[in-house]
Design a protein around this ligand. Structure first.
Ligand SMILES: NC(=O)C1=CN([C@@H]2O[C@H](COP(=O)(O)OP(=O)(O)OC[C@H]3O[C@@H](n4cnc5c(N)ncnc54)[C@H](O)[C@@H]3O)[C@@H](O)[C@H]2O)C=CC1
Ligand SMILES: O=C(O)CCC(=O)C(=O)O
Length: 407
């Protein structure tokens, strides 16, 4: 099942639990706008190359649409649609005044030079600048993009509309980015995991963790778990994985991966292995897919979906039958967009916050999000994924009806 079919299936199940009427259900599912643009740029060698860019704006009942821009070879309309829809439910779960959107360009960022990436980002921004804006649609980084990408988008957008720092979030701090945004998704994952473990009378410090994906989200999550006394026993990225059942020294690992650009460079120093699942752990998934063929081997008690839609629905079913507790993406990784919201508020106010305030507010939002999801689980007698979906869908449905949009 592709990402859009899986996301829509979860939405429909939530709509049924909430008893939504069929017209409202249909209007909530259909995206507001789907944008597709050709981005042609000169390569450094003078040849011309064209990439397809997308922005799907799913829903704006609760506020401006919000969501990241992904650069990845597998970006396609279905995936971007699914991710945009997930953003609508995620911002509602986080209870921040936004709708949902997502964008991306089908390209391999690692194969482009910095100047090619800059040209691509600027052309993409030129093509969509009339359709985004501080109060309409506010992009941010996602897989394959970062604060530099947002700085180029801000600069290009400002050529058309005047200096507009709040048009994108996840910017460098020197350009109005928020303290703490870089770490925010990983930190939010930590706070949500603490809330979940507390419920099971456990804490970070007593647990062993496996981290899949070691980019922005995975590496910050690993670092924060380490700082809070958790034992990180395995880490993987696209190039391979390392394990150490006594616990990995995360700060040293981070230093190596930053210097050598990935885990593979560690071959020979630390044992490189295929991704393994046999530990009794808390598993953080911050890569793309937890496929059905892996689900049978997993012995983790908890899976924290730090990535968006990392678990195939068939794998989800197998894991649920095994009693694995899954903290779903739209709650677990909502710390990123929450601090993006703080950044947008700071830009509009023209007043910047200290990092401590950002982190404290983030903790409050993540803890409240977990509590609200648990209440929905009790009301509808459902698992955490359906608890999060019913919470998000219900909040968007209420705003839609109040605005008189349901018909
Ligand atoms: N950056 C953010 O603030 C947010 C990101 N997310 C989601 O978190 C996920 C990760 O995003 P980022 O960390 O920003 O991306 P990133 O591009 O910084 O890192 C992705 C990591 O996954 C690894 N990876 C890719 N395929 C893999 C595979 N098959 N096996 C093992 N590792 C693999 C890469 O090597 C890299 O370490 C994405 O699903 C993204 O949508 C969600 C909320 C906010
Ligand atoms: O920070 C943001 O606005 C969006 C982050 C994002 O794309 C996500 O939560 O998946």
């Amino acid at each position: 099942m592709n990402a859009l079919a899986a996301t829509s299936r979860n939405f429909k199940q939530a709509a049924r639990l909430l008893g939504l009427d069929s017209k409202l259900e249909k209007s909530l599912l259909i995206p507001f706008r789907e944008i597709k643009v050709e981005c042609t740029i000169p390569k450094d060698d003078g040849s011309l190359v064209s990439y397809v860019g997308f922005r799907v704006q799913h829903d704006n009942a609760r506020g401006p649409m919000k969501g990241g821009i992904r650069y990845h070879p597998e970006v396609d309309p279905d995936e971007v649609n699914a991710l945009a829809q997930l953003m609508t439910w995620k911002t509602a779960v986080a209870n921040i005044p936004y709708g949902g959107a997502k964008g991306g360009i089908g390209c391999a960022p690692g194969e482009l030079s910095i100047s090619e990436l800059e040209r691509l980002t600027r052309v993409f921004t030129q093509k969509i600048h009339d359709l985004i804006g501080t109060h309409t649609d506010v992009p941010a980084p996602d897989m394959g993009t970062n604060s530099q990408t947002m700085a180029w988008m801000l600069d290009e957008y400002s050529k058309f509309h005047g200096y507009s720092p709040a048009v994108v979030t996840g910017k460098p701090v020197d350009l109005g980015g928020s303290q703490g945004r870089d770490a925010a998704t990983g930190r939010g994952v930590l706070f949500a995991t603490e809330a979940l473990l507390r419920e099971h009378r456990k804490s970070i410090s007593g647990q062993r963790f496996v981290i899949q994906g070691f980019g922005n989200v995975g590496s910050w999550a690993a670092q924060l778990i380490y700082e809070n006394g958790g034992k990180v026993v395995a880490v993987s990225d696209i190039s391979g994985a390392i394990k150490n059942s006594k616990g990995i020294d995360v700060p040293s690992l981070l230093k190596h991966t930053i210097e050598k650009r990935g885990l593979k460079a560690l071959m020979g120093q630390i044992q490189l292995m295929q991704i393994q699942y046999w530990w009794k752990t808390v598993m953080f998934s911050s890569l793309r897919h937890l496929a059905v063929e892996n689900a049978n081997g997993i012995r983790a008690k908890f899976i924290i979906e730090a990535a968006n839609h990392p678990t195939d629905p068939e794998a989800d079913e197998i894991l649920s039958k095994k009693g694995v507790v899954i903290l779903p993406d739209i709650l677990a990784n909502s710390g990123g967009v929450t601090v993006s919201y703080f950044e947008w508020v700071q830009n509009i106010q023209g007043f910047m916050w200290e990092e401590e305030k950002v982190n404290n507010e983030l903790k409050t939002y993540m803890t409240n999000g977990f509590k609200d999801v648990k209440e929905m689980c009790q009301t509808h007698n459902c698992d955490l994924r359906m608890g999060a979906f019913t919470l998000g869908v219900n909040r968007v449905a209420r705003a839609t009806v109040l605005r008189g949009w349901e018909a």
